[in-house]
Design a protein around this ligand. Structure first.
Ligand SMILES: Nc1ncnc2c1ncn2[C@@H]1O[C@H](COP(=O)(O)OP(=O)(O)OP(=O)(O)O)[C@@H](O)[C@H]1O
Ligand SMILES: [Mg+2]
Length: 376
């Protein structure tokens, strides 16, 4: 959508038609361009797929006729002509011949100075359900994290005393055999100290907010992971280069993406030797998204997809909880840190996983809360 907007607002009329249409095809969301009467003049590739019709079949169709509740769209088109809104969100039900009704979130944008009068964006509501679920998971995990954080504080104080006492004892001992015991106490105290520090980390560090280019973040992470796992995987970049910069803490965002990507690389490195491990980094712009109760006109979607073994079923519901790990040497803090960082940026993280495909979705707001539109 941002691709379309940027092209449409910069290019003169003639070239708009040529420069904007190909980029529309790259968009993940389905887009229809309508004339003033509501007739479809162009459908992008995602719209062809969603509506189950080719571009040729769609061209010339009266758009409201594609929906079970077409009169709702008809009314909105009329309001749009009367300039009663600039863009309007509303749920619509798609009536595809021979298949079930598909429920959609739609956004109708009134265009000015363009060869088309309206732009209609369609998105399956499934994505919204996923966001709601991620929101719920976050609330649960936040409560758990609070308990864990208090516990971590309680552990830290006596731990200092324990370590100090072991050191004093060590200074008094001369027998090598006994010294070994104090060394174990000190080493274990240090390990626990480090763990507690990691649990407390996201709450303690000061954030430095800058304009962050998500693709720079992805490239940093890709370089780090390729250096660590040079043979286990290939990285596929599927970037929407029109994604605007977001406001956030660059280092923290690198940490969050790295934790997700490193997990994927670790999983892929466990696959048989010649397995073609593939990790995809995909960025897209989503419009009119509610994250944590806040409505945003634009949000960034970053998908990290791998073709590895999938998250063990027993862990799937809990992987964002602290100390949940499927690895013998894992601390299980990586994803809980991801969730904390993403939440501090006003976003959400969720996962869908099965054997052969694990997809982490990171949603981060790109714009301040919006009062525009009236979806939901
Ligand atoms: N892409 C993935 N494929 C398969 N399993 C995964 C994937 N991502 C996460 N997991 C599972 O989720 C678990 C939790 O991940 P998390 O990053 O929170 O902890 P960890 O990797 O075990 O330890 P840490 O990151 O703290 O060193 C992992 O142990 C692993 O079993
Ligand atoms: Mg990890």
């Amino acid at each position: 959508m941002a691709t379309f907007r940027a092209a449409a607002s910069l290019a003169p009329q003639e070239s708009v038609e040529h420069s904007a249409l190909p980029s529309l095809d790259l968009l993940a969301s389905a887009v229809l361009l309508l004339d003033d009467a509501g007739v479809i003049e162009h459908a992008n590739a995602a719209a062809e797929h969603l509506l189950g019709m080719s571009q040729r079949q769609l061209e010339g169709l009266y758009a409201p006729a594609c929906f079970a509740d077409g009169e709702v769209l008809e009314r909105s088109l009329q309001e749009g002509r009367e300039e009663r809104f600039a863009e309007k969100g509303q749920p619509l039900a798609l009536a595809r011949p021979g298949s079930d009704v598909v429920h959609l979130d739609t956004m109708l944008v009134v265009l000015h100075g363009q060869p088309w009068a309206f732009l209609l964006e369609l998105r399956e509501i499934e994505n919204r359900l996923r966001i709601d679920r991620a929101d719920q998971q976050w609330q649960q995990a936040a409560a758990q994290r609070e308990v864990l954080r208090n516990l971590a504080h309680e552990i830290k104080n006596p731990l200092g005393g324990l370590r100090g006492a072991a050191q004093l004892l060590q200074a008094e001992l001369s027998e090598a055999e006994l010294l070994e015991y104090t060394e174990v106490i000190i080493a274990e105290a240090d390990r626990l100290h480090l763990l507690v520090d990691r649990i407390l980390a996201p709450h303690r560090t000061r954030r430095q907010i800058d304009a962050v280019n998500i693709h720079e973040v992805c490239e940093r992470v890709a370089a780090l992971v390729l250096a660590e796992f040079p043979t286990a995987l290939e990285i596929v970049r599927d970037y929407d280069i029109s994604v605007p910069e977001l406001k956030g803490d660059r280092e923290q965002l690198i940490q969050a993406v790295l934790n997700i990507v490193r997990n994927a690389a670790e999983a892929l490195s466990q696959m048989p030797r010649h397995f073609p491990g593939e990790l995809t980094l995909r960025t897209r712009v989503l419009r009119q998204i509610t994250l944590g109760g806040q409505r945003h006109a634009l949000a960034l979607e970053l998908l990290v997809i791998d073709n590895g073994p999938g998250i063990p079923e027993a862990l799937r519901e809990h992987i964002f909880h602290p100390l949940v790990s499927g690895k013998a040497d894992g601390t299980g803090l990586g994803l809980s840190l991801v969730q904390a960082i993403v939440q501090q940026h006003g976003g959400l993280v969720s996962v869908e996983s099965r054997v052969g495909r694990t997809e982490f979705q990171l949603l981060l707001p790109l714009s301040p809360t919006s009062g525009e539109g009236n979806a939901e």
